[in-house]
Design a protein around this ligand. Structure first.
Ligand SMILES: [Zn+2]
Ligand SMILES: [Zn+2]
Length: 134
């Protein structure tokens, strides 16, 4: 990979940064940017960003489509993520709760969680209430 950011890459990154923690398919992204970037360039850049660890690939619901989540923002690196298996939405765990969890694991299991790398999977509040959009 070249070190400089191409114009396409910059536009894509700006778009993704506005949609942090949303699960987007490559297709959704390509359509939103269709005025400025070709579809093949979107796919190519998404793959590159995934390789660099800036994007997370997530599976949502029963969909066969691949969803991407942008996780390179500063706030994401500071948070533990909770991902809903039903709707694919990701939430930031409240800092005080995350701290309790991390401290307890560290003390009692002698295990240090890597916040930026950890996702807890489950069902979110909206889905439990039956408000899922899917
Ligand atoms: Zn996040
Ligand atoms: Zn959900």
């Amino acid at each position: 990979m070249s070190k400089y950011m191409t114009k396409q890459r910059r536009i894509l990154t700006e778009y993704l940064a506005k949609h942090t923690d949303e699960s987007l398919t490559a297709n959704t992204i390509a359509e939103a940017l269709s005025d400025t970037i070709s579809k093949s360039a979107v796919y190519r850049n998404l793959a590159a960003m995934e390789n660099e660890g800036k994007l997370r690939r997530v599976a949502a619901g029963n969909s066969r489509e691949v969803f991407y989540q942008y996780t390179d923002s500063d706030s994401c690196r500071e948070h533990l993520h909770m991902s809903c298996k039903r709707c694919g939405k990701t939430y930031h765990m409240e800092q005080s709760i995350a701290k309790l969890l991390i401290d307890n694991l560290d003390k009692k299991e002698n295990f240090s969680i890597d916040k930026g790398e950890t996702i807890l999977y489950g069902i979110c509040g909206d889905c439990k209430k039956g408000k899922a959009h899917q």
